[in-house]
Design a protein around this ligand. Sequence first.
Ligand code: PMT
Length: 405
Amino acid sequence: MIKNKKILLGITGSIAAYKAAILVRMLVKSGAEVRVVMTPDAKNFVTPLTLSTLSKNPVLVDYFNPENGSWNNHVELGTWADLMVIAPCTAQTIHKMAHGVCDNLLTAVYLSARCPVLVAPAMDHEMYHHVVTQTNIKLLKKNGCGIISPGYGSLASGIEGDGRMAEPEEIFLKIDTFFPTTPFSGKKILITAGPTFEPIDPVRYIGNHSSGKMGYALAEEAVKRGMEVYLVSGPVALNPPAGVDHFTKVQTAVEMYDACMEIFPKVDIAVFAAAVADFKPKTTYSEKFKKDGQEFLSIELEKNPDILAACGAIKNHQWVIGFALETENEEYHALQKKKNKNADWIVLNSLKIPGSGFGTDTNQIVIFDENDRAHPFSLKSKRELAFDIFELLQNKFTDKQENKK
Ligand code: PMT
């Protein structure tokens, strides 16, 4: 499952370099983010322009960019990637990698990489079978690199033999199988996040302290698990996580309701982490409200639609997860909300626990499952909790799928 994966493609100076362009196109088409590092020799076989156009990212060759004096940070590249693939990889680069020689950007990135590395050798038959090359390949394997064996065929030297780089389709398949599919792969999820702002007049509103961090962490985790993510967000200061497929920004509860009602029938899972205003001003003044001559001001409020309850009422195949933010009698109120809104799970967080609830990077939650069984989690980052929620959901979801069989 390649979608949303970060692939760093290293290209070295071999005639097979032109095939790397086909590989880049296949990876990008499958939703991967691709960055390319080339050795200076590789530029003789395929142009950086072709690869940057196909990858939609600048191609890196040297440590320095003489035009603007910028520095290509090999450590950043090495830590950015989920997988580094070197295709084609010449005998020379294999040798350098095996012995820690670091004399160009590509080999420096290799030494800095924290991710797994796949190598697709490409060379002449005799070079491939030379004892030095074979020893180097064994060393690379010992050091943890995966080798995509070359095939037999006509070679640049004119002879037939081993050493022909695996075809781009085969390399693509190796990359694809490298990333295992999860029970969520291809599933669709709706996540609500952040507050809603209910306008009183053009300058004032009724809102709350939700920062969107919990909902955005869930969206990020859903992307990692290969889901198609619909994120509906109230006004927050965060950028939507990379890889979110459908992002809808709203202000009010009614706007959030409208967006969710359109999306909900399409999804398999819906998580309601937004702090939706229960009430909104009955009247929104079109001009700024004047305080002159007024000692008191009453604003009449009317109920907003309850998005979770509306989705809970029409759900059929969807797995519906609500959040409950409580300040007293927490468990009782959370379970009441779960029942009244027809949610499958409710995630309780309490404003009474320091470091929990609104605005913080951390949270402490208890998940009440479909049998009202409590799954408590310690105080930890919202990102870690998003991981925990999907881990638990993964078991349930796998069970659910299996029960259907
Ligand atoms: O955004 P952060 O700063 O990271 O904070 C995270 C959070 C505290 C906002 C989040 O973890 C959380 O608890 N979200 C739900 C807050 C809330 O409104 O709880 P509630 O108990 O009032 O609502 C219960 C559920 O009904 C929630 O899933 C809520 O999204 C939903 N709801 C409520 C009212 C409404 N009109 N429509 C809804 O869908």
